[in-house]
Design a protein around this ligand. Structure first.
Ligand SMILES: NC(=O)C1=CN([C@@H]2O[C@H](COP(=O)(O)OP(=O)(O)OC[C@H]3O[C@@H](n4cnc5c(N)ncnc54)[C@H](OP(=O)(O)O)[C@@H]3O)[C@@H](O)[C@H]2O)C=CC1
Ligand SMILES: O=C(O)C1=N[C@H](C(=O)O)C[C@H](O)C1
Length: 266
C-alpha cells in the first residue's frame, strides 16, 4: 500500500493523541501535520511522550494546509470548528476523516455537496468502534420487529454535545425500519422537565454524563412479555483506532462523502 500523509486536528486532545500514537504504529501512515492551539510550536512526539518527532504542532488547520502536502485530515476537535476544518481541507483537495460529533444534518448535506463538486472523498463516522457500529446495525434490524424502543447513552462529563453522535446515528438508522408511532401513555406528563429525555420521531433518547465513564450505549426494545437490550461499551479510546485506520485507508478510494462507518465495512 502507498504511504498516506495524514494531518491530525485536535492532536493534543483525548482522541487526537490516540490517533497520533496509532499512526506511529503503521509504516504506511505518515503524520505530516498536527494541530493544537495550546501546544503550537512544541515537538509533537515530545509533548505526547512518544520521543522527539522533529515535527511541531501548528496552531490552525488553515496554516497546516498551507504549509504541508497531505492526503487526509483526521478531525477530532469540537462541534464549533469541525465544519470549517472540513471545508478548508476539501478546498485544498485533502480528504477529511471526521470523528467529531455534533454536526447537524444540514451541514453534512452541504459538506457532501462540496465533496461532490470537488470529486473527492470524505468520511464522517459518529463512532469508529466496530462493536458500536454493529450495535447500530442490529438496532436497525430489531426496530422492524420491536418498534417500542428507547436509547440510553452514557459518556464522560467532558463531553460537549448531547445526545451523542452515536445516539443520533442509531436513531436515524432505527427510523429506516421502524413503523412511525408515538410511544408511552398518550396522557403522559413530565413532572420535571426533561424527565422523559429527548424526543425523536416518537421515541426517546436519554443522555447520562458522569466522570469515570468513557462511551457507552444501550438500545432497549420492549414487547409483550419480553425485552431486548443491545449494549456497547468503549472502555478506552484505543477501541476507536481500528475504525480510524480503516477510514484513512478507504477515504483515498472514495469520490464522495460517506456518513457512517457501516457504509465502508466489507
Ligand atoms: N467518532 C468517534 O468514534 C469518536 C468521536 N469523538 C468525538 O471527537 C471529538 C473530540 O473528542 P475528545 O478528543 O474527547 O475531545 P478533547 O476535548 O479531548 O479534544 C478536542 C481538541 O480539539 C481542540 N479544540 C478545541 N476547541 C477548538 C477550537 N475552537 N478550534 C480548534 N481546535 C479546538 C483542542 O485542542 P487545542 O486546545 O490544543 O487546540 C482539544 O484538544 C468530540 O466531538 C467527540 O464527541 C470522541 C471519541 C470517539
Ligand atoms: O465524546 C466522546 O467521547 C464520544 N463521542 C462520540 C459520540 O458522540 O457518539 C463517539 C463515542 O461515543 C465517544
Amino acid at each position: 500500500m502507498m504511504g498516506i500523509r495524514v494531518i491530525v486536528a485536535g492532536a493534543n486532545g483525548r482522541m487526537g493523541r490516540e490517533v497520533v500514537k496509532m499512526l506511529s504504529q503503521h509504516e504506511h501512515l505518515q503524520l505530516v501535520g498536527a494541530v493544537s492551539r495550546s501546544e503550537a510550536g512544541k515537538d509533537v512526539g515530545e509533548t505526547l511522550g512518544l520521543g522527539r518527532y522533529g515535527l511541531s504542532f501548528t496552531s490552525s488547520v488553515a496554516e497546516v494546509l498551507n504549509q504541508t502536502k497531505a492526503d487526509v485530515l483526521v478531525d477530532f476537535t469540537t462541534p464549533h470548528v469541525v465544519a470549517e476544518n472540513m471545508e478548508l481541507a476539501i478546498q485544498a483537495g485533502v480528504r477529511p476523516v471526521v470523528g467529531t460529533s455534533g454536526l447537524p444534518e444540514k451541514e453534512i448535506e452541504r459538506l457532501s455537496s462540496l465533496c461532490q463538486n470537488k470529486g473527492i472523498g470524505a468520511i464522517i463516522a459518529p463512532n469508529f468502534a466496530i462493536g458500536a457500529v454493529l450495535m447500530m446495525i442490529f438496532a436497525k434490524q430489531a426496530a422492524k420487529y420491536m418498534p417500542h424502543v428507547e436509547i440510553i447513552e452514557s459518556h464522560h462529563d467532558r463531553k460537549l454535545d448531547a445526545p451523542s453522535g452515536t445516539a443520533v446515528k442509531t436513531a436515524e438508522m432505527i427510523v429506516q425500519t421502524r413503523e412511525e408511532m408515538k410511544q408511552g401513555h398518550p396522557e403522559e406528563k413530565e413532572i420535571l422537565d426533561g424527565a422523559r429525555g429527548a424526543y425523536y420521531q416518537g421515541f426517546r433518547i436519554h443522555s447520562v454524563r458522569l466522570p469515570g465513564l468513557v462511551a457507552h450505549q444501550e438500545v432497549l426494545f420492549g414487547g409483550n412479555g419480553q425485552l431486548l437490550t443491545l449494549r456497547h461499551d468503549s472502555l478506552n479510546r484505543e477501541s476507536f483506532m481500528p475504525g480510524v485506520k480503516l477510514a484513512i485507508e478507504k477515504v483515498i478510494e472514495l469520490d464522495k462523502l460517506v456518513y457512517g462507518l457501516e457504509n465502508i465495512l466489507d
